[in-house]
Design a protein around this ligand. Structure first.
Ligand code: SAH
Ligand code: ZN
Ligand code: ZN
Ligand code: ZN
Ligand code: ZN
Length: 463
């Protein structure tokens, strides 16, 4: 079952978004990155343990950090397992063979040759997701390909590449243009000149394509596990990186590229923006982000006056308590981040569901100015921008809505709750009127329907 059973914090999740896999309900717990962990093609494996009723039980084991689907990487090893020399050698061989066909360096060379070709000879193989040089056409003759790849297309690889949304592993949900532009304007408005884009290829691409214009001084470094991007960016613009175990596939040289990028000379301020897959493993993400933040801190001798590297962590609002557990200095903004290719996360105003995805940041909330033309307003008491529906509760003394709808205060619970909830005397808390007392109905974290778990959600399977 891999990490598919990882607990998604259901606290405050909307109807249909509750994680079925609450801690204690029986599942897997992540123990973390052990120093002597064995490696799969995705870097050091993570240590897990089976849990039941919140208690650890059974043997601990290592599994792939990046892939929540056994089909993508089936690495498995008991912690106390003796692995023979022959198996170790076979594993190393396997890991080598499961690296991409071209190195990043080779891809950069290929790109240089590709842009020299006349338009009529610029082909992209859709099956292999690869820019083709004329000598390779033959080999891909029965594949579908795109012709006349323009410079504009080369500048928007996220449009050219197929989003890996069918795979649980990558879960590539690309920002809608409106949200991406908002993020970039916000970053520039806050005075940042360098963006460490961790799993945000579309933001990176927007910055890169503007960087060719004069008077645009912002730079970006993309860290992502999707190696297809190495075809479009140099080694100074992209690092093949696994954010679940802080693993740089390009080794020390890539790590150094990242370190150099984080070093802010001439007052060029750095911010990290990340939009990880939502499938759990918050603790693994947090541990990697702490390491990136430490890298930033180490770049300056004075230690940045005990400051933290500024961060935007883009994640669903119902992970709020989990994120704050690891980053107490963070707070959640009301801005709803929209996506192009996710039916559930598109903008509410178009008649679809409102997006549950928010920005978590360690910057002062009052500095995060949200668009008034989209209905956001400034609450002078809370000192932050809030959704139009988010009313300031006199009793809680805060704007309490998490999902954008107007919440109501329950005197018995002593807090604000969702508008659709009622106080249940049996459960001694607020819940949906038709809830079954003392029992949480398990629903899928991804699509919100009952009857299956996230790991077997039909909406994740190939369409
Ligand atoms: N909204 C963003 C994309 C977020 S989708 C944008 O439009 O730019 C999640 C991203 O994280 C994808 O680019 C995916 O390739 C990347 N990703 C998934 N698993 C990863 C991992 N283990 N390490 C690093 N990046 C990962
Ligand atoms: Zn793996
Ligand atoms: Zn091909
Ligand atoms: Zn209240
Ligand atoms: Zn109540």
């Amino acid at each position: 079952e891999g990490g598919g059973n990882m607990a998604a914090s259901g606290a405050g999740a909307p109807e249909g978004w509750c994680g079925p896999e609450r801690p204690g309900a029986g599942g897997l717990a992540l123990l973390g990155l052990a120093p002597s962990a064995p490696s799969c093609p995705h870097g050091p494996a993570l240590l897990f343990v089976k849990t039941s009723q919140g208690k650890e039980e059974g043997r601990r084991f290592y599994a792939c950090s990046a892939c929540r689907d056994r089909k993508d990487c089936n690495f498995f090893q008991w912690e106390d397992e003796k692995v023979s020399e022959t198996r170790l050698a076979a594993r190393e061989e396997y890991n080598r063979n499961h690296q991409p066909p071209f190195t990043h360096r080779q891809n950069v060379e290929r790109y240089k040759n590709f842009v020299l070709l006349p338009l009529s000879k610029r082909r992209f193989c859709q099956e292999c997701q690869q820019l083709l040089l004329p000598a390779e056409w033959e080999k891909h003759s029965d594949h579908q390909f795109l012709c006349d790849i323009s410079s504009a297309q080369l500048k928007s690889p996220s449009q050219l590449l197929y989003p890996l949304e069918n795979k649980k592993t990558n879960a590539q949900y690309l920002f809608a243009d409106r949200s991406c532009q908002f993020l970039l304007d916000l970053i520039i408005g806050l005075g940042f000149r360098r963006v460490l884009s961790v799993g945000t290829p579309r933001l990176h691409e927007m910055i890169q394509s503007k960087a060719s214009q004069e008077d645009f001084r912002v730079r970006s470094l993309l860290l992502d596990i999707d190696f297809r991007y190495s075809q479009f960016y140099t080694e100074d613009e992209f690092c093949h990186y696994n954010m679940f175990n802080h693993y740089f596939f390009g080794g020390e040289a890539a790590r150094e590229t990242c370190r150099k990028f984080l070093y802010q000379d001439s007052g060029e301020r750095v911010i990290m923006v990340t939009d990880p897959p939502f499938g759990g493993l918050v603790e693994a993400l947090a541990s990697s982000f702490k390491k990136l933040m430490a890298m930033w801190k180490d770049t300056e001798k004075e230690g940045h006056n005990n400051q933290e590297m500024p961060v935007f962590w883009i994640f669903p609002y119902f992970f709020e308590s989990r994120i704050l557990e690891f980053f107490p200095s963070f707070s959640m903004m009301d801005y709803q981040v929209d996506y192009d290719n996710h039916a559930l996360y598109k903008h509410g105003k178009t008649g679809r569901r409102q997006s549950p995805v928010r920005i978590f940041t360690n910057l002062t909330p009052s500095m995060i100015v949200l668009p008034v033309e989209e209905g956001y307003r400034f609450c002078t008491i809370c000192q932050r921008y809030v959704s139009s529906g988010n009313q300031h509760c006199e009793i809680c003394n805060s704007c309490t809505s998490k999902d954008g709808r107007r919440w109501k205060h329950c005197v018995l619970c002593k807090k604000c709750v969702k508008p659709s909830w009622f106080h249940c005397k049996n459960c001694n808390c607020c819940a949906l009127q038709n809830h079954t007392c003392e029992k949480t109905d398990a629903v899928c974290f991804v699509c919100g329907k009952a009857g299956h778990k996230r790991s077997t959600c039909p909406s994740l399977s190939h369409t």
